[in-house]
Design a binder for this molecule. Sequence first.
Ligand code: UDP
Ligand code: MG
Length: 317
Amino acid sequence: MNLSLIVPVYNEQDNLPLLFEAIAESMNALGQTWEVIYVDDGSRDNSLSVLSEQAQKDPEHTRVVSFRRNFGQTAAIAAGLDHSRGEIIVLLDADLQNDPRDIPMLLKKLDEGYDLVSGWRKQRKDNAITRNFPSMMANKIISLVTGVELHDYGCTLKAYRREALEGFRLYGEMHRFIPVFAHSVGARITEVVVNHQPRRFGKTKYGLERTAKVILDLFTVKFLVSFSSKPIYLFGGAGGILMIISAMIMIYLFVRRIFFLVGVTGSPLFQTSVMFFILGFQSMLMGLIAELLVRTYHESQRKPTYTVRAKINLKDD
Ligand code: UDP
Ligand code: MG
């Protein structure tokens, strides 16, 4: 199997027939073996029956996973990944906002040696105030914080080499951060401008609250990517800074005591200094506990702390 398309589906009954056609059209032109994994994320409309009908009509290419209830787009994507067999994975939305005809272009970019090609909805056709503007800000912040510069993290249409997706799992709403995780395991990443259409049938499942969640997720992602194998650097660093501030205040108080005869313990600075010392010490201890957790995490799963691109004169496995 060369190519696996993964499509999360939640209440998209009217979009699906058009999607089947568009996918078949652009895939058959490629001349590769391909499959589509539709993950029905607990739809309440007829999406599932539309999908099973399609699975009967085109068993060669159509696979369906159906969730017992709505688990969210990220879970749907994770299930799709677990059940896919292609060496190359393409994610896209079921609502025809992404254009399956862009897929060959993404694949061509992968062939140039990239591990991940991200779609960029340069002319995005969603609500400007609740979606496009917040999303633009979020993309800027994510690029700045993670150092992985992409214009459109939120665009589902992206192509991946399977290796770039190994070594991490998706939680919460984190599918948009796949490029950050992939970058952290050494993937080469690029982006191309893709088409975007307004939604014709059904309605969007997200609003402004989405951006708030994305920013919160960013904290987790940054921490995991930068410190998950060395948390003591973060906790110990913060603790160290607090203890240095504490010491400087203390020195100032004693110098003042000696030269100007002002009492040490009467000043609120004294209490501040003591508080900073305790916080700093606590933070260092937390760092040590985090170090224990990291070891449990890696060793219980025999998970290496590195990723290998290739081996020479070494048998695989
Ligand atoms: N989706 C899903 N589970 C959800 C919400 C959305 O599988 O809980 C799917 C949805 O069917 C669509 C894709 O995720 O295929 C993107 O959703 P939507 O079009 O609502 O997002 P937007 O394009 O407005 O960002
Ligand atoms: Mg959409």
